[in-house]
Design a protein around this ligand. Sequence first.
Ligand code: GAP
Length: 458
Amino acid sequence: MPEPAPDSPARDLEERERHPLAMETLVPLCASRGFIYPASEIYGGIAGFWDYGPLGVELKNNLKALWWRRVVRERDDVVGIDSAIISHPRTWEASGHVEHFSDPMVDCRTCKRRFRADQIEGERCPEAPRQRAISECDLTEAREFNLMLRTELGASVDDAMTAYLRPETCQPIFSGFKRVRETARQKVPFGIAQIGKAFRNEITPRNFTFRSREFEQAEMEFFCHPSTREEWFAHWRDERFRFHRELGIGESLLRVRPHAADELAHYARAADDIEFLFPFGWQEIEGIHDRGDWDLSRHTQYSGKELAVTDEQTKERFVPMVIETSVGVDRTTLALLVAAYAREEIGEGDERTVMRFHPALAPIKAAVLPLSKKLADPAQAIHRDLRKHFNTFYDDAGNIGRRYRRQDEAGTPFCVTYDFDSAEDGCVTVRERDTMSQDRVPVEGLTSYLRDRLEEGL
Ligand code: GAP
């Protein structure tokens, strides 16, 4: 049998079958290496909240930077904003979240636990898993539970105003639509994008960061003429799928799933999810939504401010349709961690854990490792020079094999070793993470050598 090609779906699946990754392996690795760990850990954590450590924040920032580059910077027809997390409370009446953004909940009269009514089928009661399924507990009727997190504004109790931490980042894009269109001198069709925090009072936060109460979204709202909505929907779905492939996620781990009519959110006329194969099954990481004119029409109605536009050529006045791309930054970061993880034999009974991140996403781009502490001065000089350009790391502790292993686990694509020949020939050895092959590279050209290799495939 011929070997499957390196990036083929068959290869991905074979790899996954040989080394199935359990969340029980990934979660402790993330904590011990400083990718992600429970928020408020010394108090026992707080359900649905997570902190990103030194490696995690770099990974997440690199993902956001690549999204911004592809969606905003490299396009003429999309501009970016950064809006306040708290909006005027009328925003959430207009958006339909006060009325519709809820899950049906049931309470158990015996153990006082609360469950999502649509998620109890086949689940065991956590208080008495041997005795009964949740459906056999003494449950109340289902009631709607709003998922928005409330807060109070103002110092005095009487004047306090109820506000909400935004459950999605896109609403200020709609309320600021006119201002942004005019100041950016954009004409429909064009898009407005932003990355930021969103909050949902999820009843059952679960699967590590997958369902959190505080998370980040990267959203882009594309405004178009009603006659072109289907074209733009297909354009953005394909663009966004390509983006996830570009991140280095194998084809067999990604799929597009169209929503059935009864799954659609209150604002959506059509929706396709981009799903990733997590260890806990296929799950959504991004939604592409046809929101129609729901948002602009509702904000016009609730604010009294006209948000329609005029086609300069035909003089037609119309409310633009919105095609939305909404990706969870935390879910995608989790997908990157899952897709990157590999455990492999490297000969002589030795094994390593290696995080095969795309070099452009890797938290540390290069580690500078002098072969001996005696070579610390020239190696540190190289490190000081490289870190002006990339996130680099200096390590002279322990034997070189162990230092390589530590960098493999962090997903560092290149290790730069300064050895006893370096002073003579002006070269260092660059070891590549995945193949473990080594190249002798002149110190003088090291920055451009690394820059080229980090951008490969982008
Ligand atoms: N503006 C549309 C919107 O918010 P959504 O499908 O509810 O649509 C979009 O959310 C994306 O946000 C999801 O695909 C997911 O990646 C992320 N997301 C939603 N809820 C989340 C949660 N509780 N924890 C982590 N990510 C979440």
